[in-house]
Write a protein that binds this ligand. Structure first.
Ligand code: PMP
Length: 446
């Protein structure tokens, strides 16, 4: 038995994986540098998904390994019921991007950051004499995490139905899915009417029962949905009119992915709560953040009337993870990866847009270095292409040395979008390689 097969057998014997892969055998990754990964057979691949949309500064950064090692040697752990220097420095650093308007709560994953956001929103209302406000609204097709609350907020049926009942008090409204606009609008006739439905949802539910709306500025895992400019501002206005908090999920959008530091920076919007993970440490260590606007934080701890946040996490704010996040943000700034994400994203679209004349390519959407290519049976009926064909494209890309993704396997038929989200450190030559392989794979298989 060769070495790789041996690893794969041992994996199969001992490890439970999530989601179905196109091929049953997992890649056994032994080594990774920059935008490339190498498997146990020595094959090299361009990681066109940056891990899971998270390796923003690329692999193998010694500076990050050193930051972690130094911190672990000096002070490996202490709970955030007290505090430590890396946590304080990281919170300050995040606030340099956030106008010093926020306080930071640390946890470990994107799901957990969103759970914290829901708890904070509910407690905020209950401490402002509005304890009837408990409902959290999100949009179909969005993904907000795997835990029972974050999954309840998720708007993808396939990920949920085996685990119901999930947390109570979550409901969904329409996404800005322009290619399949539920209101049959065209870009030329759209006046963001889908936001009116969010407004109506709050009214019909009874605004005095609604605590918060959670949304990504640009839905990522749900198929890369890019609403017209002005969408978020409209939603923020609606929230303010109804006394509802706006939670912005920056777990994927954050840290340069969309061509700005945070996705909501594309609009003139100040969220009440922001959640972050993934690109916060570029995946080098687990860490997440729930940032609470100071106007909202006033409802906590600032007077006798108010209570503290009754939520402790053992590992949240781990010192080495904070030190890595701090260094990771420094790298993003120093290497100008936010600008690079914008520029390379534009280049990627330039290279890819010829695909729009292929009968099976319905739509190409992108924001910065996050792209979705929607594959259809034919571009007139927009029927999703069969999953087997998407898998063929993915396998062909892999054969040619590029890993890309597809959005979640969903029973609602929306599993037909190829996704691309490489490290933000990618250069123009590597973008050309990426687009060349994806195009050739589509032409050769469809
Ligand atoms: N929010 C969004 C938008 C995500 O894409 C994800 C993960 N893909 C999460 C939350 C959950 O993050 P985690 O997997 O770290 O729990």
């Amino acid at each position: 038995m060769n070495e790789t097969l041996d690893w794969q057998c041992r994996d199969e014997e001992n490890i439970m994986h999530a989601l179905k892969r196109a091929s049953k055998q997992p890649l056994i990754i032994e080594n990774a540098k920059g935008c490339f990964i190498k498997d146990s057979d020595g094959n090299k691949y361009l990681d066109g998904m940056g891990g899971l949309w998270c390796v923003n500064v690329g692999y193998g950064r010694e500076e990050l390994a050193e930051a972690a090692a130094e911190q672990m040697k000096n002070m490996s752990y202490f709970p955030m019921t007290n505090s430590h220097l890396p946590a304080i420095e990281l919170a300050e650093k995040l606030n340099t991007w956030l106008n010093n308007d926020y306080v930071i709560f640390f946890s470990n994953s994107g799901s957990e950051a969103n759970e914290m956001a829901f708890k904070i929103a509910r407690q905020y209302h209950s401490q402002n004499d509005s304890s009837s406000r408990y409902k959290i609204i999100s949009r179909y097709r969005s993904y907000h995490g795997a835990t029972m609350g974050a999954l309840a907020a998720t708007g993808q049926a396939e990920r949920k139905y085996k685990y119901e009942p999930l947390a109570a008090g979550f409901l969904h409204t329409v996404p800005p899915d322009c290619y399949h606009c539920p209101l049959n609008k065209k870009p030329s006739t759209c006046n963001l009417e889908c936001t009116d439905l969010i407004d109506h949802t709050i009214t019909w539910e009874g605004e005095e029962t609604v605590a918060a709306i959670i949304m990504e500025p640009y839905i990522s895992g749900g198929g890369v949905l890019v609403p017209p400019q002005g969408y978020m501002e409209r939603v923020k206005d609606i929230c303010e009119r109804h006394g509802v908090l706006l939670i912005v999920d920056e777990v994927i959008n954050g840290f340069g992915r969309t061509g700005k530091m945070f996705g909501h920076f594309h609009e003139n919007v100040t969220p009440d709560i922001i959640t972050m993970a993934k690109g916060l440490t570029s995946g080098y260590l687990p860490l997440s953040v729930t940032a609470i606007h100071k106007d909202c934080y006033e409802a906590f701890e600032t007077s006798e009337k108010y209570d503290h946040f009754r939520s402790v996490t053992t590992f949240g704010g781990n010192p080495a993870a904070c030190a890595v996040a701090l260094k990771n943000i420094e790298i993003i700034e120093r290497e100008k990866y936010i600008e690079n994400a914008y520029n390379q994203g534009e280049q990627l679209y330039e290279d890819m847009k010829e695909l729009l004349s292929h009968p099976n390519v319905g739509d190409i959407r992108y924001k910065g270095l996050m792209m979705g290519i929607e594959l259809v049976e034919d571009s007139i009926n927009k029927t999703p292409i069969h999953e087997d064909k998407i898998n063929l494209v993915l396998s062909k890309c892999k054969e040619k040395g590029v890993i890309i993704g597809k959005n979640g396997d969903t029973v609602d038929g929306f599993n037909n979008v190829l996704t691309i989200a490489p490290p933000l450190s990618i250069d123009a030559g590597t973008i050309r390689f990426l687009s060349g392989v994806v195009k050739a794979s589509i032409y050769e298989t469809l």
